[in-house]
Design a protein around this ligand. Structure first.
Ligand SMILES: C[S@@+](CC[C@H](N)C(=O)[O-])C[C@H]1O[C@@H](n2cnc3c(N)ncnc32)[C@H](O)[C@@H]1O
Length: 370
């Protein structure tokens, strides 16, 4: 099997789908909901024509939307917050129309997503397939762009970590959490490049005074990239499982050597630094969101945790290792999680749920004078 650079969360609404197994991401969005509402109401400037007439169409984009309850919930929160702002300014809402654009990778399950909207005609929807690391929309067309739990995905695995002759070759590992400094550097550089391009494109596509709002996993400021619990979790559960299976002769070692998850978890300061390179963007809100303790039982339940991990990684694993090997991998994942959780002490990624940090950032596109 070979790696396809485009991947998606598990589609449909079956028992292993992302739609049915995204409560982890959903609980982070729930934690961020109050910030999202307040951030929009305090920072949005309602769009007007040069003659002062309010625009009738308000455009929202959700980038890396996937499919499921989280996708719908966040755009509804944004629309409610915008409506409340119009109302507070005494502006008639009857003529206001929302147009919502859902973006994800081309292989994402847009069909299942769109079936959700068959009953709701209160706003119009459109799908925009393609990578958010490139151009997605016409210039100055979007009022609010939002992205939740998606920006840690890179545009590609850095090439040098896949090359055996490179000092950054990431042999036997699927992330950079237990790797050489050269590997970490390669992932970090790729992230900065991708994020800069993301910000650059969005700054072109957003109207003056429009907002860009991101929610993504992060690590505490001052920590090393390898200290991300999110990254450690993928290595010590999924990565170590793959190595065990290779030792048992169930997987080809060379396939593990050529496999890497294309993810990087930054600090808030690293994200700010990249944003500062785009002149017309200003960072207006930066907040950290920790996971609620109530999510602890999810992490202590191997079946539940393995379903969450499977919904996110199955497409990418099946493309690389093949569907049969992928089934075998996920049938063994709950046992691997259980074994690791019984270690004394368990790995930090299983023991310290409230130390998983997420970053909420709101940026404004400022008018550029010609
Ligand atoms: C973990 S899901 C989050 C989905 C949803 N926003 C939520 O909060 O539940 C991450 C999504 O980002 C998408 N994604 C990753 N890289 C992308 C890219 N370069 N362009 C567009 N979507 C991307 C994935 O396909 C996936 O659907």
């Amino acid at each position: 099997m070979i790696m396809d650079s485009s991947f998606a969360m598990k589609g449909g609404d079956g028992p292993t789908s992302y739609s049915q197994n995204s409560s982890f991401q959903g609980s982070i969005s729930d934690q961020a909901k109050a910030l999202l509402v307040k951030g929009i109401q305090q920072n949005i400037v309602l769009p007007t024509d040069p003659n002062g007439t309010m625009h009738r169409t308000f455009r929202i984009a959700d980038l890396g939307c996937s499919v499921g309850p989280n996708t719908i919930a966040c755009v509804q929160t944004i629309m409610e917050a915008v409506k409340a702002k119009y109302k507070a300014e005494g502006i008639q809402l009857e003529t206001l129309e929302f147009q919502v654009f859902f973006n994800d990778q081309v292989s994402s399950d847009f069909n299942t997503l769109f079936q959700t909207f068959l009953q709701d005609r209160s706003y119009t929807v459109a799908g925009v397939p393609g990578s958010f690391h490139g151009k997605l929309f016409p210039k100055a067309s979007m009022n609010v762009m939002h992205s939740s739990m998606a920006l840690h995905w890179l545009s590609e695995v850095p090439k040098e970590v896949k090359r055996p002759e490179s000092p950054a070759w990431n042999k036997g590992k699927i992330t950079y959490s237990e790797s050489a400094p050269e590997v970490i550097e390669a992932f970090s550089t790729q992230f900065q490049r991708d994020l800069e391009e993301f910000f650059r494109q969005r700054s072109l596509e957003t109207v003056d005074n429009g907002l860009l709002i991101i929610l993504m996993p992060c690590r505490p400021d001052g920590t090393r990239p390898s200290e991300s619990l999110f990254i450690q979790g993928n290595e010590c559960l999924l990565g170590h499982l793959l190595v065990d299976m290779a030792k048992e002769g169930l997987l080809d070692e060379a396939l593990i050597d050529s496999f890497n998850l294309s993810v990087f978890v930054p600090t808030a300061a690293e994200v700010r630094e990249v944003a500062a390179k785009i002149e017309c963007l200003s960072v207006e809100v930066v907040e950290k969101i920790c996971l609620p303790r109530s999510l602890g039982p999810v992490f202590q339940n191997p079946g539940h945790l393995s379903r969450l991990m499977r919904a996110v990684t199955e497409d990418i694993i099946a493309k690389h290792f093949g569907p049969a090997a992928s089934d075998l991998i996920y049938s063994r994942l709950p046992k691997k999680i259980e074994e690791r959780s019984l270690e004394s002490p368990p790995p930090p990624c299983l023991g310290n749920i409230e130390r998983f940090e997420n970053l909420f950032m709101l940026l404004r596109k400022n008018a550029v004078s010609n």
